[in-house]
Design a protein around this ligand. Structure first.
Ligand SMILES: [Zn+2]
Length: 185
């Protein structure tokens, strides 16, 4: 919620939102690049990254590292997937969730927790073994793990898959690799 206090009164508004943010990996912006050299010292990089606290980072579901776009790709005429097709896929995943949660207060995967999470994001034996391995290797928190399960459920929904399968789970875990790479897990 966001509370705005003014002379005439105090108002509180609901603020469920999708938070999207971007940052450089270091002051010069080249740390981790495969084509450009980073000019920063390890201490500078550390200081820069430490401006984002672990607990804040932990609450962001998807971390993506993006490389600079090479020139030939910039000028390529190859068509990307049209937005209309992506929109149709997202709507379909939303409908699956609307049906799944039709008799509950919840309306999407992002909101589920506790026993419902265990139930709806149930993993088969193969996935559970992989999840345990990744969880330990990446040194994740329980909060991060629950978020990964929800993301895996959404990836499965986008594919129209009833169960969470290994590729869905692996993709969801891949969105948390930056935790370990930059923040030391
Ligand atoms: Zn740098």
């Amino acid at each position: 919620m966001i509370t705005v206090a003014r002379a005439r009164g105090t108002y509180t508004y609901p603020s469920r939102c999708t938070l999207i943010c971007a940052m450089n990996p270091c002051p010069c912006g080249n740390y981790g690049s495969s084509t450009k050299a980073c000019r920063c010292s390890p201490a500078q990089i550390q200081r820069y990254l430490s401006r984002i606290s672990g607990p804040l980072l932990d609450r962001i579901d998807i971390h993506l590292e993006l490389e600079a776009v090479p020139y030939d790709q910039l000028t390529s005429r190859r068509e990307a997937e049209p937005s209309a097709a992506i929109r149709a896929r997202v709507n379909q995943a939303r409908q699956i969730q609307a049906a799944r949660y039709h008799d509950m207060e919840t309306f999407c995967n992002a909101q589920i927790s506790g026993r419902l999470l265990q139930e709806i994001c149930a993993l088969d034996r193969e996935c559970a073994a992989k999840a345990q391995q990744y969880y330990t290797q990446l040194g994740l928190t329980a909060r991060a793990y629950n978020r990964i399960l929800r993301v895996a459920r959404t990836i499965a929904d986008l594919e129209g898959s009833e169960a969470i399968r290994l590729p869905h789970l692996t993709e969801a875990f891949s969105y948390r690799l930056a935790d370990g790479k930059y923040w030391g897990g």
